[in-house]
Design a protein around this ligand. Structure first.
Ligand code: MN
Length: 138
């Protein structure tokens, strides 16, 4: 079961992502948070394979939330993917600079979305496996 956390203030977007992932052949469990604060709390409690992050949220936005998550040692290797409807230039660069591993623009492509998520989950697993391999520096 792939553990997914989606941090997003818009309930319709949350419902769409939940439905698309639940309808796929892969086993996704989707946890949801409607604010950055709740998302950060949940991320501390659940062992996650990936975090999907809305960039535009009231109070704390997705970039600040990403920086906060990256400061938590046990979450450092969990892939964080920015999801945003903003087509503003620089959004992608800003999300990567904040610590995101990738960027998916909304509206999501429902046919491709599960495989995109799976790709990021697998790269996160590979990264963690590499981190656990002893190196000359150890
Ligand atoms: Mn939003």
């Amino acid at each position: 079961m792939h553990q997914v956390l989606y941090i997003e203030d818009n309930p319709e977007n949350r419902m769409l992502v939940r439905r698309v992932l639940m309808a796929s052949d892969e086993a996704f469990q989707v946890h949801e948070a409607d604010s950055a604060r709740k998302g950060i709390d949940l991320a501390r409690q659940i062992s996650l394979d990936i975090i999907l992050m809305d960039l535009s949220m009231p109070e704390m936005d997705g970039l600040s939330a990403t920086r906060a998550l990256r400061a938590i040692p046990q979450l450092r290797a969990v892939p964080i993917i920015a999801l945003t409807a903003n087509v503003m230039r620089g959004d992608k660069e800003r999300s990567l600079a904040a610590g995101c591993d990738g960027y998916i623009s909304k509206p999501i492509d429902i046919d491709r979305f599960p495989n995109e998520i799976l790709f990021y989950i697998r790269s996160g697993h590979e990264r963690r496996a590499k981190q656990h391999q002893p190196t000359d520096a150890d």
